[in-house]
Design a protein around this ligand. Sequence first.
Ligand SMILES: Cc1cc2nc3c(=O)[nH]c(=O)nc-3n(C[C@H](O)[C@H](O)[C@H](O)COP(=O)(O)O)c2cc1C
Length: 165
Amino acid sequence: MRKQIGTFDAFDETMEKMRGEGILLIAGVPPNPMTIGWGTLGYVWSKPVFVILVRPNRYTFELIENVKDFTINVLPKGFNQETAICGTESGRDIDKVAKCNFDMKHGECSNAFYISQSVIHYECRIIHKNKVDPGTLEPSIIDTYYEQRDFHTIYYGEILGVFKT
Ligand SMILES: Cc1cc2nc3c(=O)[nH]c(=O)nc-3n(C[C@H](O)[C@H](O)[C@H](O)COP(=O)(O)O)c2cc1C
């Protein structure tokens, strides 16, 4: 049984997972989970937001550019292999939902899909996006993370609901 919880009640669990094997972003159709390791939970414009970064070469980038909503899925222990698949394989080449045996459900309060096996999921609506601006970025970060000059787009998703099993 999933129940709605406070917006930041699962903060520690979410951050720990994000710093570890990663958490899964899903945006658009077909639902295509992509592992992310970078993100921010907080307030912007007095709204609770989940901020995520997506590089332009991801299939997920094509999908998210055509929609407003996304989900962030935190899987329980024992799903490291699935998280690794979603972080190394592209939805352009394989059906990651089928390969990982994920059960997809339509969002409770958004137009994005979530994974029913997740222990926590966030439903978010994009209220702003911007591309990383190399002109204002610390040069050492460019050297370390953007050798290909494939600068992320940063999406600010207003958190519409957080759900826990
Ligand atoms: C632990 C981990 C964290 C990752 N974090 C991000 C991220 O924050 N943003 C991003 O664009 N790619 C990230 N990636 C890479 C994508 O998950 C990977 O390129 C994926 O295969 C893209 O899938 P897609 O082409 O189906 O969208 C991460 C990969 C791993 C393994």
